[in-house]
Design a protein around this ligand. Structure first.
Ligand SMILES: *[C@@H]1O[C@H](CO)[C@@H](O)[C@H](O)[C@H]1NC(C)=O
Ligand SMILES: *[C@@H]1O[C@H](CO)[C@@H](O)[C@H](O)[C@H]1NC(C)=O
Ligand SMILES: *[C@@H]1O[C@H](CO)[C@@H](O)[C@H](O)[C@H]1NC(C)=O
Length: 262
């Protein structure tokens, strides 16, 4: 399928329902990160019926990876931000060109999309900023998988608990759970092939509304994409397992040759 057709299919995809919610960039029980210490993080401002926010991350100079349900009528990608409410010198606002969602995306299934921003590379080259406030986050290689018990980090901006929100980037450490944990917590089938069960249910640490699309970082690698969880912000929550989508990610990015300036 051509990108335009994919985009249309994407726009026509049914809306999500149910008590489980998509996690939109909010961190519970975490801490603020040192400004610009996570230079691959993108804030996404999305226009749908109302405005919402998501996280995302830079995986190539012209591609941001995020959750497919973050899609709205328009998405603005903001890189190099620490406090999203401030006009920081490091911030770069990039209008998105194309969204290529997973061909088998349905709400809460294959919840992954590549946002193409073809002007980004040229812009960043001119400003020579890619090494400072912005950089790429490494994807795993085939076979590099997370295992239960591993402790990874999720970054996002947004809610700190049910009533407090923030405009700066926060991060929380969460432990990878056994698949059984999510199978018992979520009535909807949890699929351990394509999803990761994240966050110890005994701990008061989680992601929440607003964290969607952000990366699960395990040893400096993006292993997951925050997708959905319990509406009260209780762990575990569910992330898309990047290692299972590598063939699609590689194939999709290969279709669009990186336009390097002469
Ligand atoms: C972020 O910036 C806004 C606007 O300058 C400011 O009001 C707010 O206090 C800042 N937030 C934090 C957590 O520093
Ligand atoms: C889990 O996902 C894989 C890959 O998409 C699929 O082949 C399999 O049928 C799914 N399992 C269930 C139980 O839905
Ligand atoms: C989690 O929060 C609840 C309510 O605030 C508290 O009673 C409990 O002790 C906390 N648990 C941990 C492990 O911090």
């Amino acid at each position: 399928m051509q990108p335009l057709l994919l985009l249309l299919a994407f726009l026509l995809a049914p809306k999500a329902q149910a008590a489980e919610i998509f996690l939109a960039v909010k961190i519970i029980g975490g801490h603020e990160v040192k400004p610009h210490s996570r230079p691959y993080m993108a804030f996404l401002r999305i226009r749908i019926s109302d405005r919402k926010r998501c996280g995302g991350f830079l995986v190539r100079e012209d591609f941001v990876l995020t959750a497919a349900h973050c899609w709205g009528r328009s998405i603005t990608v903001i890189l190099g931000a620490h406090n999203i409410s401030k006009h920081e010198r490091t911030q770069e606002v990039i209008p998105m060109k194309t969204a290529i969602s997973h061909p088998n995306y349905h709400p809460k299934v294959n919840d992954i999309v590549l946002l193409q921003t073809p002007v980004l590379y040229l812009q960043l080259q001119r400003k020579a900023m890619l090494t400072a406030a912005m950089s790429l986050l490494r994807l795993p290689k085939r076979g590099e998988q997370v295992k239960p018990g591993m402790v990874c980090r999720v970054a996002g901006g947004g809610r700190l608990d049910l009533s407090t929100s923030t405009d700066t980037l926060h991060e929380v450490e969460l432990e990878i759970q056994q698949d059984e944990q999510c199978i018992s917590c979520y009535r909807r089938g949890y699929n351990g092939t394509t999803e990761i069960c994240v966050g110890d249910p005994e701990m008061n640490q989680s992601t929440f509304k607003g964290d969607s699309g952000g990366p699960l970082m395990c040893v400096h690698m993006a292993q997951g994409i925050v997708s959905f969880g319990n509406k009260y912000g209780k762990t575990p929550h569910i992330e898309m397992k990047i290692s299972s989508f590598l063939p699609w990610i590689e194939r999709t990015m290969r279709r669009f040759q990186l336009q390097r300036p002469d």
